[in-house]
Design a protein. Structure first.
Length: 300
């Protein structure tokens, strides 16, 4: 059996992009409730110290590990060496904390204002640019791998790699150094098919975000062309097993392909509507049961 660990993203408690969503929740609460809910680790968030010597005793004090951490990439806009130099402090922190993969999302051509724009407004790569783009991403990923932290490329709403077709193009035009961060919720929101996507690219997947989707809110978001944050505020996302995604099939495919990384519960919600500890606990229990049913051994 392949062994996995279950982690969570602190966005369950506090949203870095929208401070009114848990902005006043202390890091101590995030970490203590992460452990209480059953998780082995947490991804980084804005409240986490950026020096390993400061962060390590805090995290270890809660019996947790640092899973990974998001980075706002700009590889479509920058040259490889410039981008690697920019991300190096982040990679250094992850490496010193024992993380094996970085959450790399290419947010070139704008992101922060865009999360409040209609979802239909987003940057796209011209069709003829995929080969040159893939070459740059591969070179960047190879430099990351040489450093000791692998790239987990995060397809994401509002970025140049959003749809299943764009994910396919990315995988086609990049080398093995480029791992795919498979996010079930972003795939579905973008009009994709997570069941087909995981089958096509299971061998390249090196990080997994389990973000479930509420069907009624997805339909509303698409019909009304809501902004990404508008959909989040309405509750489009929830924890594993609480939405419309059938994770049995998805996790079986990952297990059959010997996926051995982290399964990360990530569900940005309004903490005033979705109590973080209640949903974190639900997400852990559901994820563990689903993972074990799929054939994984879950490492506590």
């Amino acid at each position: 059996m392949t062994t996995v660990r279950i982690g969570i993203n602190p966005i369950t408690w506090t949203n870095d992009d929208v401070p009114e969503l848990g902005g006043d929740t202390p890091l101590e609460v995030c970490l203590s409730e992460t452990k209480l809910a059953g998780y082995a680790g947490s991804e980084l968030g804005g409240k986490f110290p950026r020096q390993a010597e400061v962060l390590r005793p805090i995290v270890k004090g809660h019996g947790l590990e640092i899973v990974s951490g998001w980075y706002d990439g700009r590889i479509a806009e920058k040259e490889v060496d410039e981008e690697f130099d920019a991300i190096l402090p982040h990679l250094t922190l992850l490496k010193e904390m024992g993380s094996k993969v970085v959450v790399y999302a290419d947010t070139s051509y704008g992101r922060h204002g865009a999360i409040h724009d209609p979802a239909s407004i987003r940057p796209e790569l011209p069709d003829g640019d995929w080969a040159s783009y893939g070459k740059k991403v591969t070179q960047l990923a190879e430099k990351m791998a040489d450093f000791g932290v692998r790239m987990g490329y995060h397809h994401h709403m509002g970025t140049v790699v959003q749809t299943d077709e764009e994910i396919d193009l990315l995988m086609e035009h990049t080398g093995e150094a480029v791992g795919l961060l498979f996010d079930t919720g972003h795939c579905l929101y973008a009009g994709g098919d997570p069941y087909a996507l995981v089958r096509r690219h299971a061998k390249r997947i090196n990080h997994v975000h389990l973000k479930d989707v509420r069907k009624a809110e997805l339909e509303k978001a698409l019909q009304q062309d809501l902004s990404f944050m508008g959909a989040v505020m309405n509750g489009i996302f929830t924890v594993t097993g609480d939405g419309m995604i059938d994770y049995n099939d998805i996790l079986k495919v990952l297990a059959q392909n010997n996926y051995s990384g982290w399964l990360v519960v990530e569900a940005e919600q309004d903490p005033n509507k979705a109590n973080p500890l209640v949903y974190a606990t639900m997400g852990y229990k559901n994820t563990r049961q689903l993972a074990e049913n799929a054939g994984f051994t879950v490492q506590s």
